[in-house]
Design a protein around this ligand. Sequence first.
Ligand SMILES: [Zn+2]
Ligand SMILES: [Zn+2]
Length: 283
Amino acid sequence: MRTNPQASSPGGHPGGARAGLVPCAGVARLVVPLVLLAAACGGGDDGGGSTEARIAGYLQPTPFDRLVFEVDHVADRLPRSQGEDLVVAGVTAIVDKPGGVAIVHDDVLEPRGGAWTYAALQELARATYDGQPDAATVHVLIVDGRYADNPNVLGLAWDHRHIALFGDVIESSCAGLEAILRPGQAERACDRTWMAIWAHELGHVVGLVDLGAPMQEPHRELGGTHHCDDESCVMWRTHDGSDLLEHVRGRIDLTEVDLGFDDACLADLAAVREAASTADAGL
Ligand SMILES: [Zn+2]
Ligand SMILES: [Zn+2]
């Protein structure tokens, strides 16, 4: 049985079992990204299959021609609608899904607040993930409160399925941009921040960087995490934190929808997509 790729742990997690989960956390205001290795998988409720097959299923038109984000969220913690529109448009451009990309608001979660441990997030994911009919499904939890290991974390991704987004932290982070932006730009900044953190964590779900999507050229950063070595790329190692805001700030006035992956990351995704085309053609 294949397991997910493993990552080294920059912070050191003594005795951390390598059990095939690579949650990857974006960190605000900290230089060192947080990559955890968890001992317990607890999966089996979400379809199984190899990592490669799961990643291919998100990017290729088979076995399902639709990609759905199943969003379970605390009330009032959804992205602004423009943020969701940007996500759908941006993801549509990087996947081969003739049936389209959609965001489905599923369960409304009870406000909980406080600190979330990784184990608690896993438990929530197990309890709330349904899987959408006839669609490759990415599970997105939008929670209140903060991540226990680091209160500045904006998002996590694990098991090539689940994403947790810390709505309050994202909102407070992008709100900090208001002070330095022209009037009218703040809303766009928050929309773009939601899109960027969503894109970063989705990148991990679909195997970036060197996390299941084979690198077409070396571009994994040297610190041992699954991030890109291009600071302009949304998969840069701190681009789900304060540096992400700088990333967003430089892109607020863009009119086109672009998730922010650089050419190297896009090439990795294209290679997975094209493998499907070859299969479809019977070559
Ligand atoms: Zn990351
Ligand atoms: Zn990249």
